[in-house]
Ligand binder design. Sequence first.
Ligand SMILES: [Zn+2]
Length: 173
Amino acid sequence: MSAGLIWRGHPVCLRFQKSGGFHLRQDAKHRWMLLAPESTAPEEAAAFLREYGRDVLPEYETATPRDLERLLRSWSERLGLPETPALQWTENRYIWGQANPEAGVILLHRSLLRAPAACAEEVLVHELCHFRYFAHDRSFWRLLASCIPDWAAREGLLRCRPMEEKLCFTEEI
Ligand SMILES: [Zn+2]
């Protein structure tokens, strides 16, 4: 289904998927498509492309490791976790974040320190929600949406950033 969307001067086909957020990508024939949640209206998709799919992002704030440690503590409290997980950084894995509730560890990719702070926070909170619900089940997504209502747009922004092309969003141990 095409909704007449344009991004960087290219037509973009809107496709719906049952789960997950926004994801802008090219198919094998280099046609652009925007994967969107099932209930997305064409206007919402257009707003996503306008706000988050810009070729060059405007200046944005980034988060420091200290900011993320602070957010980790406050979100752990808000989520009612008995202990604040330890935060570890990686450059080696092709993941944005990883939760290991058994070890009490959250792993974040160092490139998040160059991403908009809102995106880094979203990845952090996504992983923290796995300390409550390990699987990507309905309870998990409900909890994430209650913490960060625009989580899908924030993830979409990460996916649109060319420098992180090779990273996928999350993967649990
Ligand atoms: Zn996850």
